[in-house]
Design a protein around this ligand. Structure first.
Ligand code: GRF
Length: 210
């Protein structure tokens, strides 16, 4: 199986995916930003990199068409968004239906969008976390594959809380991709995700870190 990873920045999730040594080839890492430090992680790992700057395009639609062309030139089975900070056109999302994953730093459907950790702190929630989901046209609302929960501590600030969540991101993203590659993820007609166990029956997904 061939995977293309899209990034915009640091690339720590990319690094975790690489470290997980999945049964797949990461054929390219593509960034919409030239200065994304995640590109260096890919280069160090000997993976092809490409940059397509959204600032070079007149519209979101034109950029996404060019991005699809670039992605498809690597013939991926799966496209993984790992800190790719772009809102996607419907055409882009439909083109990769069922094979486009994203990680979001909150327990969706709470805190879709930006500044998730600050918003969680402002609300005084006691549990926070992260979500891997299929991407659909509505931002951060696709079928949920896996979530991990962390406590919010009285002493937390954005830095400490985001670091705690990020540690979990690095666990659940490789796990979700592994499940997808093993064809264990079942997307039901009601848009719920179940997991096939080794006897071929479906179970609900509740991740306990094991
Ligand atoms: C992560 O928190 C991810 O959930 C969000 O953007 C951040 C990317 O971090 N979508 P990194 O580039 O993987 O380090």
């Amino acid at each position: 199986m061939r995977i293309v990873v899209l990034i915009s920045g640091r690339g720590s999730n990319l690094q975790a995916i690489l470290a997980a040594q999945l049964d797949a080839e990461i054929v390219a890492v593509i960034s919409n930003k030239t200065d994304a430090s995640g590109l260096k992680i890919a280069q160090t790992a000997g993976i092809a990199t490409a940059v397509l700057a959204h600032t070079d395009f007149a519209s979101r639609a034109e950029f996404d068409v060019a991005m699809m062309r670039l992605i498809d030139s690597y013939q991926p089975d799966l496209v993984v968004l790992a800190g790719y900070m772009r809102i996607l056109t419907d055409d882009f999302v439909h083109h990769y239906h069922g094979r486009l994953l994203n990680i979001h730093p909150s327990l969706l459907p709470s805190y879709a969008g930006l500044n998730t950790h600050q918003r969680a702190l402002d609300d005084g929630v006691k549990a926070h976390g992260c979500t891997v989901h299929f991407v659909t046209p509505t931002l951060d609302h696709g079928p949920i594959i896996i979530q991990a929960v962390v406590p919010v501590l009285p002493s937390d600030d954005v830095a400490s809380l985001s670091a705690r969540v990020l540690q979990m991101e690095h666990q659940i993203y490789p796990t979700a991709i592994r499940w997808w590659l093993a064809k264990r993820i079942v997307l039901n007609t009601n848009n719920r995700v179940n997991l096939l166990n080794n006897t071929g029956s479906e179970q609900t997904v509740f991740y306990t870190g094991s």
